[in-house]
Design a protein around this ligand. Structure first.
Ligand SMILES: [Zn+2]
Length: 252
């Protein structure tokens, strides 16, 4: 098993802002990525990944009127281990509710966006990868465009979601793209572990970034740690700032 790369404060946003490679990434337009007549399927390991990795992409999809299926893989109940303030029961209710509020803040219309929850155990998705793949295969159509977390994103659930989504998409003949989320924490500018040649930028207007920020702030449980058991917030201001740049990156 490889060491957890998501430790410490991670790469500061300033380092990414001054990264020439990132500045020069080619852009991709969402109406080309998800053509008319197709559906976007976003596979989120935890409630909040759909906003952190693709809150801008979702706004583009909403504006274009594309149908969207959001698949929530876990309910994110492992975010506060040992906390009495945020026990598993509370998280299993609150975190999906936070997703609903965040999607509302992004402007999602329930007629356009449908939502499926699988409820796999948080932090144990690798053990259920075959089950996840079977679930995805049963729900995907050959002309879907699937967006999953990157299979080398550094969090075991994100990576298993990336692998299962690719396998399922390939089995049904759908197109699949990957989204980096924790990559921005552990990777460095110019990092050779990042597939820069596959990376494209989705540009976000200042209004879209503001909406994405507003949506991210709906994940109240993730903005709070629990000092009584030494837990820092998962979404610290450093983490949020890294994910609120005027673009999102997709690996084609
Ligand atoms: Zn996650």
């Amino acid at each position: 098993m490889k060491a957890n790369p998501i430790v410490g404060h991670g790469t500061p946003v300033e380092a990414w802002r001054s990264c020439p490679l990132l500045a020069q990434l080619p852009r991709v337009e969402v109406d080309r990525l998800v053509p008319t007549g197709t559906r976007a399927v976003i596979v989120a390991p935890h409630p909040d990944d759909e906003v952190l990795g693709s809150g801008g992409l979702l706004q583009h999809l909403i504006a274009l009127g594309r149908p969207v299926l959001l698949i929530a893989v876990t309910d994110g109940t492992a975010s506060h281990p040992g906390s009495q303030r945020w026990p598993v029961d509370r998280l299993s209710n609150e975190r999906p509710r936070e997703s609903v509020e965040a999607l509302r803040r992004l402007g999602a219309d329930p007629l356009q966006l449908s939502w499926l929850r699988i409820g796999l155990p948080d932090s144990q998705v690798p053990a259920s990868q075959a089950r996840l793949q079977a679930f995805l295969q049963a729900h995907l159509k050959s002309d879907d465009v699937v967006f999953a977390t990157w299979s080398e994103d550094g969090h075991c659930d994100h990576e298993a979601v990336g692998r299962a989504s690719r396998a399922a998409a390939e089995a049904v003949g759908a197109c699949v793209h990957e989204l980096p989320i924790w990559t921005w924490h552990w990777a460095r500018p110019q990092d050779p572990r990042v597939p820069w040649q596959r990376a494209r930028k989705i540009a976000l207007s200042p209004a879209m970034v503001a909406r994405k920020r507003h949506a991210a702030l709906a994940f109240v449980s993730q903005l709070e740690g629990d000092p009584t058991v030494g837990l820092a917030p998962v979404l610290s201001s450093r983490v949020l700032e890294r994910l609120l740049q005027p673009f999102e990156v997709v690996f084609l």
